[in-house]
Design a protein around this ligand. Structure first.
Ligand code: ADE
Length: 243
């Protein structure tokens, strides 16, 4: 397979969605070797304990570094990228997805409770591995499982052969244009007394391209003004509407 992904979690069932859809098909076709592991397989006590109270006090439980260390020593190989989903991480964007899609082996360590003992990230960084602490957005989930699902789907669809139509990778929101996608329409041409914009039925391809660009700019300015501010001068053409 082109890509190897391992996920370590105390809730392997959470990752069942990876059997479905494009990721599932890529696995069936042998493009993607994806394995989900139960962290408790690396516990040594009768209660299969993975967490303990935080040094320094405070609410919640912290995941033990010794259990994670045994798991990751076994699952990580040389050249793996270790991803720790955490709300305290860098915010995961399409740029991260593009970069991670070129990695040969991704290992996701899904923490629960108040997080994983900070020495885990420090230790594996010190061994020279690429360790990424990544957040999927400014909100708090119960654990890293759903965040790992999000990142695996975003990365997985960039693996060659996984998306049916490679062109759908080009013109899309958060793509190279730095703009949100324009609105799209299909049949029927009139629905709930709303008409598809006439121009889209006209066959004037140059005008349609211009209209789509203006709609993308308008939408981006309204919803994501910071993306307009971040456009470099070369990203705008002389016909672009004044924003
Ligand atoms: N774990 C809990 N919340 C998270 C978030 N927003 N992103 C990544 N991992 C998380």
């Amino acid at each position: 397979p082109d890509v190897r992904i391992d996920v370590v979690t105390i809730f392997p069932e959470y990752l069942a969605a990876l059997d479905l859809s494009l990721v599932g098909k890529a696995r069936q076709r042998g493009l993607l070797d994806l394995r989900v592991h139960d962290l408790r397989d690396w516990t040594t006590d009768r209660h299969r304990t993975v967490d303990d109270t935080p040094f320094g006090g405070g609410a919640g439980m912290v995941m033990r570094p010794d259990v994670w260390g045994r798991a990751l020593d076994e699952v990580l190989g040389a050249g793996a990228t270790l991803i720790l989903p955490t709300p305290s991480g860098e915010v995961f964007t399409q740029r991260h997805a593009d970069e991670l899609a070129t990695a040969e082996h991704l290992v996701f360590a899904c923490g629960r409770y108040e997080g994983i003992d900070a020495r885990v990230a420090e230790h594996y960084r010190a061994t020279g591995l690429d360790v990424r602490e990544l957040s999927i957005g400014d909100y708090v989930l119960n654990g890293g499982e759903v965040a790992a699902l999000v990142m695996i789907e975003a990365v997985g669809r960039l693996v060659p052969g996984m998306v049916g139509n490679p062109e759908s990778l080009v013109e899309e929101s958060h793509g190279a244009a730095g703009l949100l996608e324009y609105p799209v329409y299909t049949k029927p041409p009139r629905w709930q007394e709303i008409d598809v914009p006439d121009l889209l039925l006209s066959g004037h391809h140059a005008r349609i391209d211009r209209w789509r660009r203006d709609e993308a700019l308008r939408r981006t300015a309204g919803r994501r003004p910071e993306m307009i501010a971040a456009l470099d001068g070369t990203a705008l053409d002389k016909h672009d509407v004044a924003l």
